[in-house]
Ligand binder design. Structure first.
Ligand code: ADP
Length: 264
C-alpha cells in the first residue's frame, strides 16, 4: 500500500507546485495520473521515488516512510519501486538480457555490479520476465535493434526484475503508435493483476487511461481536482482539469477503443 499524506513541494523559492496532496493506492490498483502540462504529475512521481525531496508531508510504502530516509536508505528502498519511462531509458549498446538484468543492480554488491556478474537465479528470472513480455527470442539482440513497442517491453521486464512493490510509469506510450500503446497498457495492466502490483501511470492520453486504469487522479495547478473511477470522468470534470475543449471527441475515442478488438 502506498500512502501519501499532505505532500507539498516547491522548488527553491518558487511557487508551490504540489499543494497538500493526499491519497492511498491499495495493492493491485492501477492509478492513471492526468492533468495539463505543468500540473505537477512528474513532480509527484519523482517525490515518490525520491528523485526529488518533498518539501512537506509523508510518503509511505508498505510501512516504510520514503519521505524521511537518508541517502543510503533511499537506494535500498528505491529498488522496490519499478520505473517505466517514456523513452524506455535502455542502454542501447547492451543486449536485451543485460538491460533486463540491470533491474537487479540495486540488489547486488558493488563487485558484482562492476563485473556485471549476475547470480544464476537472477538470470533465470530475467528469462521468465522476457518470456512474459513476449521477447524471449530477442534476449541476445542489442536494445537498439528493437522497435519502440519492443523496447518498452524490455523496460517493463527490467522493472519486473526489480521485484517491485510499486510501479511508477511515466508516459509509457508517448513514443508509441496507437496499437502499440494499447498493447503496452494491456500488458502493464495484466502484469499488475497477476502480481497484485499497484501502479501510478502518468498518462496524457485520456481515452487510453480510461480504458486501462482502475482509478483516475486529475491534477490541476498542483492540487487533486478529481479522484474516482474512470467512468465518472465527465466532460465537466475534464473541463475543470484541462480548461475549455470539445470533450465529445474524447468520449468518442474512448468508445472506439472499447469497440476495437482485443490485441494481446
Ligand atoms: P507535469 O509533469 O504535470 O507537466 P511538472 O511536475 O513537470 O508538471 O511541473 C510542475 C511545475 O513545477 C511546473 O510549473 C514546472 O515549471 C515546475 N518545475 C518542474 N521541475 C522544476 C525544477 N527542477 N525547478 C523548478 N521548477 C520546476
Amino acid at each position: 500500500m502506498l500512502t501519501i499524506q499532505h505532500l507539498k513541494k516547491r522548488y527553491k523559492t518558487g511557487p508551490w507546485v504540489l499543494k497538500d496532496i493526499s491519497f492511498e493506492v491499495p495493492d493491485g490498483e492501477i492509478v492513471g495520473l492526468i492533468g495539463p502540462s505543468g500540473a505537477g504529475k512528474s513532480t509527484l512521481i519523482r517525490c515518490v521515488n525520491r528523485l526529488i525531496d518533498p518539501s512537506e508531508g509523508q510518503i509511505t510504502l508498505d510501512d516504510v516512510q520514503l519521505s524521511h530516509l537518508s541517502a543510503s536508505k533511499i537506494r535500498e528502498q528505491r529498488r522496490h519501486i519499478g520505473m517505466i519511462f517514456q523513452e524506455y531509458a535502455l542502454v542501447e549498446r547492451l543486449s536485451v538480457m543485460e538491460n533486463v538484468l540491470s533491474g537487479r543492480l540495486g540488489y547486488l554488491p558493488f563487485w558484482r555490479t562492476f563485473l556485471r556478474k549476475y547470480p544464476e537465479q537472477d538470470i533465470n528470472n530475467a528469462f521468465e520476465y522476457l518470456d512474459r513480455v513476449g521477447l524471449i527470442d530477442h534476449a541476445n539482440k542489442r536494445a537498439d535493434e528493437l522497435s519502440g513497442g519492443q523496447r518498452q517491453r524490455v523496460g517493463i521486464a527490467r522493472a519486473l526484475a526489480q521485484d517491485p512493490h510499486l510501479l511508477l510509469v511515466d508516459e509509457p506510450t508517448a513514443s508509441l503508435d496507437p496499437k502499440n500503446s494499447r498493447q503496452i497498457m494491456r500488458l502493464i495492466r495484466s502484469i499488475c493483476r497477476e502480481k497484485s502490483l499497484s501502479a501510478i501511470i502518468n498518462i496524457h492520453d485520456v481515452p487510453l487511461a480510461m480504458q486501462f486504469v482502475d482509478r483516475i487522479i486529475g491534477l490541476q495547478g498542483g492540487a487533486i481536482v478529481f479522484d474516482d473511477k474512470p467512468e465518472n470522468l465527465t466532460e465537466d470534470v475534464l473541463t475543470r482539469i484541462y480548461g475549455d475543449e470539445d470533450w465529445t471527441t474524447v468520449k468518442q475515442d474512448e468508445e472506439e477503443l472499447e469497440d476495437s478488438e482485443e490485441i494481446t
